[in-house]
Design a protein around this ligand. Structure first.
Ligand code: AMP
Length: 224
């Protein structure tokens, strides 16, 4: 099964991607995570990427396309993959089509997490992540059961993304509106676009996504 998860920053792409990965056995490929890793490296490219991320702008289509092409060719993507944060421009959508064509693969669905932008600022600026296992939390909406201790792995170190501040978030929204939103009609015309109201509780959103994809076992039996 090959999926795209689309939506503005803070729509819950990362959270839902982790659930889909767990339930459907597909690998989550987050271009944001890949770039943050690159940005942490002490190299010229690392520094370049770091500046783009801090400004809330998009890195070049060419770099992203090379990263994805390399990643989807690996063994762990054989059962399928879920693209989180890619494609983000129409050019990237076309590049993805070419990549999939070359590999004889087809896209199963594009899930759009629909949300109201203003509500998202609160969501984004309050989020943090377990440094050990990557589980996501929020100051208001999802605090760990025991304060300071990860529910999943017991880790006690948490991180916040440096681009989760209000100014950068506003720029990231603008980039989404101007460059990413225009790809929605492209997938709509192909009959692949499915919309889910992502302002609902995490579990309800996950249920609706399951409604779109089919129950995990049935989806696997169908060869997805
Ligand atoms: P995300 O974690 O998906 O919100 O991505 C964080 C940042 O990484 C974005 O604000 C962009 O600067 C960059 N980024 C992630 N994915 C892409 C992409 N497909 N194309 C260009 N830039 C990207």
């Amino acid at each position: 099964m090959i999926l795209i998860l689309l939506g503005p920053p803070g729509a819950g792409k990362g959270t839902q991607a982790r659930l889909i990965e767990r339930d459907y056995g597909v690998v989550q490929l987050s271009t944001g995570d890949m770039l943050r890793e690159l940005a942490g490296q002490d190299s010229e490219l690392g520094q370049e990427v770091r500046q783009v991320l801090e400004a809330g702008q998009l890195v070049s289509d060419d770099l992203i396309a090379r990263m994805i092409a390399d990643r989807i060719g690996r063994e762990d993507c054989r059962n399928g993959f879920l693209l989180d944060g890619f494609p983000r421009t129409l050019v990237q959508a076309h590049l993805l089509d070419e990549m999939l064509d070359r590999k004889g693969l087809t896209l199963d669905a594009v899930i759009r997490l629909a949300v109201d932008e203003e509500v998202l600022v609160e969501r984004i600026t309050g989020r943090f992540t377990c440094a050990k296992c990557g589980e996501g939390y929020h100051d208001t909406f999802k605090v760990p059961r025991v304060p300071g201790v990860c529910d999943i792995c017991g880790g006690t170190q948490f991180t916040r993304r440096s681009d989760d501040n209000e100014e950068t978030v506003r720029n990231r929204f603008a980039a989404y509106r101007e460059q990413t939103a225009p790809i929605l009609p492209y997938y709509e015309e192909k009959g692949l676009l499915r919309e889910v109201d992502a302002l609902q509780d995490i579990d309800v959103v996950a249920d609706e996504i399951r409604g779109v994809l089919g129950e995990p076992q049935a989806a696997a039996a169908a060869g997805a």
